[in-house]
Design a protein around this ligand. Structure first.
Ligand code: FES
Length: 98
């Protein structure tokens, strides 16, 4: 089972492969915006993945298009609702400017 570490709180929780980062972050009791309910439309669930990017599901067209339209996107950016956990540990950073 992958472990998910959430910054800035530093909380680490066990998650399940195939679960979205958004679901895992919410299950950990952290708050994260998700205004469009996982449709890759709002961009409010934008986060940085600082470790374990390669274990996540690949970025699909809808996520890519949305990320292109968001301010503050970096090479670590993902939409938490679109990125699915793999088998390895992941560290994410929640952003406060969305
Ligand atoms: S919840 Fe809207 S893009 Fe992820």
């Amino acid at each position: 089972m992958p472990m998910l570490t959430i910054k800035p709180s530093g909380k680490t929780v066990e998650a399940e492969a195939g679960m979205s980062l958004l679901a895992a972050i919410l299950a950990a009791g952290e708050s994260i915006a998700h205004k469009c309910e996982s449709k890759a439309e709002c961009g409010s669930c934008h986060i940085y993945v600082t470790e374990g990017r390669k274990t996540l599901s690949k970025i699909q067209r809808l996520e890519n298009e949305k990320l292109d339209s968001i301010v503050g996107v970096s090479s670590n950016s993902r939409l938490a609702c679109q990125a699915l956990l793999g088998t390895e540990n992941v560290t994410v950073e929640l952003l406060s400017f969305v």
